[in-house]
Design a protein around this ligand. Structure first.
Ligand code: HEM
Length: 444
């Protein structure tokens, strides 16, 4: 028998108070709610009835067991404005069709073909560095993962444009918290300089993607990359996909395919620089398994400690730190019943930092993954790639790119943090390092 009391939660001091607090400091806001009210917290987020769920069993209910009762995101979600109907945002039959269409690009054998591209770009990055250089690892990782995504998925070289693409994406992500405010439609029509910047960034990326699509159409031939798959695909009624949908899918993959992987790597470098003992242990493994040569796909199963390092970095700093769902119908989660339209926030960051599931949760301890939990729902305490039918399509790609770049670069370079502003997480759509990750490089 299910009771129907409301879950605990804060009252807003004035209408919009929580939305304002959330927009200002998203991560701090959800951490405070969980600390104060527990695993299920109800609150108003502007006009929305919102619920923060932080227990793995409840998250498992939403993402897996009852997934049909939910759609993704919020009404007017920012990413819908620039990623349109791409795979991250589409729903129902369109989502299923498009996921089915793109899946082959992420099959195991296909991924294996991407490995050389991944190590080649990692080598190039390392070769552009000098002993003693100081640099911000965050943009460096963005550039290398962007080049990898563009080459593997679209068979195109964007290294020359990587900085401009990175700036445009940052502009869109920075503008995103503001674009979720109730007044966002009005804001968008005002001639504000922030709005002009957003529009310019969006125009720049749109032009780039349409150019890539045109180049692929003109080149023709069967390259077999994702762009060719999209250009050659048909809708249910036998028509080609609309240019808009091809654009949305391509931009989604370019963004989803590099931003999160770059962040995973950036946070990993930060943690390694902070923990020389872990750096030394990882180095010992790289020397034993690779002995100075470049890593290949076949080496990956042997790089167990390196994988634990990446796994632990993804626990402490999950790049996709927040997932959101809206109930399409009445749903029952645990002891509570929620009306249709309820907006759910599920944060891997919160479960990853919960001492009930990860003892001494703030400590960086890669060896905690020597015997990973295998059973549900404990598995849902660790969910950097989400779960259920909307689980990350690029998970295999991300592990491979992450491990190959890490193993390639770490064999030659050691990073030492340089004094500067503190390294702190900054929760936009993804979890970025607020002031970057500034390091000095030393050749090993
Ligand atoms: C460390 C790297 C990555 C992390 C942490 C990550 C995380 C996630 C998460 C949590 C989701 C689920 C979002 C939700 O349920 O609301 C997701 C979805 C997705 N990711 Fe990733 N991702 C990563 C890398 C990649 C890569 C490399 C690609 C493509 C090359 C990719 C493509 C996608 C796509 C297309 C979806 C939407 C899947 C769907 O809804 O069917 N991701 N990702």
């Amino acid at each position: 028998m299910v009771s129907t009391p409301s879950p605990p939660g804060p009252r807003a001091r004035f209408p919009g108070a929580h939305l304002l607090a959330f927009s200002r400091d998203r991560l701090g806001f959800v951490c405070r709610l969980k600390d104060a009210y527990g695993d299920v917290v109800a609150f108003r987020l502007g006009p929305e009835r919102a619920v923060l769920l932080s227990h793995p069993e409840d998250i498992h209910e939403v993402l897996v067991l009852q997934h049909r009762a939910f759609v993704k995101g919020r009404r007017g979600d920012v990413s819908k404005q620039f990623l349109g109907q791409g795979l991250l945002n589409s729903e129902g039959a369109l989502h299923q069709r498009q996921r089915h269409l793109l899946q082959p690009a992420f099959h195991r054998q296909r991924l294996a073909q991407y490995a050389t591209v991944m190590t080649t770009y990692a080598v190039r990055l390392g070769q552009s560095w000098q002993d003693g250089d100081t640099l911000d690892m965050a943009p460096a990782m963005m550039r290398v993962t962007l080049a990898i995504a563009a080459k593997t998925l679209f068979d195109t070289d964007v290294e020359g444009e990587a900085a401009a693409i990175g700036r445009a994406i940052t502009t869109l992500l920075q503008g995103s918290p503001r674009m979720t405010l109730p007044l966002a439609p009005l804001l968008r029509r005002l001639p504000l300089s922030s709005q002009r910047r957003l529009r310019r960034a969006q125009d720049y990326l749109d032009t780039l993607i349409y150019r890539l699509i045109d180049e692929r159409r003109t080149a023709g031939g069967e390259t077999g990359d994702v762009l060719a798959m999209l250009v050659g695909a048909q809708t249910e009624d036998g028509n080609p996909l609309s240019p808009q949908l091809i654009h949305d899918e391509a931009l989604t993959l370019l963004l989803a395919g590099h931003e999160t992987t770059a962040l995973a790597l950036s946070w990993t470098w930060y943690l390694l620089a902070h923990h020389p003992d872990v750096d030394t242990a990882m180095q010992a493994e790289l020397q034993t398994v690779l002995g100075g040569r470049l890593p290949t796909v076949e080496d990956l199963p042997q790089l167990q400690y390196t994988r634990m390092v990446l796994t632990e970095a993804l626990r402490l700093y999950p790049p996709a730190w927040l997932m959101t769902r809206r109930a399409r119908q009445e749903v029952v989660i645990g002891d509570y019943r929620f009306p249709p339209g309820t907006f759910f926030l599920l944060s891997p960051y919160l479960t990853h930092h919960d001492a009930r599931f990860f003892p001494d949760p703030e400590a960086f301890v890669p060896t905690r993954w020597a015997a990973p939990p295998e059973t549900d729902p404990a598995r849902y305490a660790y969910l950097p790639f989400g779960g259920g039918p909307r689980q990350c399509l690029g998970e295999g790609f991300a592990w491979m790119a992450g491990l190959l770049v890490l193993a390639t670069v770490a064999q030659t370079w050691r990073m030492r943090l340089v004094p500067g502003p503190p390294v702190a997480p900054w929760a936009l759509v993804t979890l970025r390092p607020k002031h970057g990750i500034h390091v000095q490089l030393a050749r090993r």
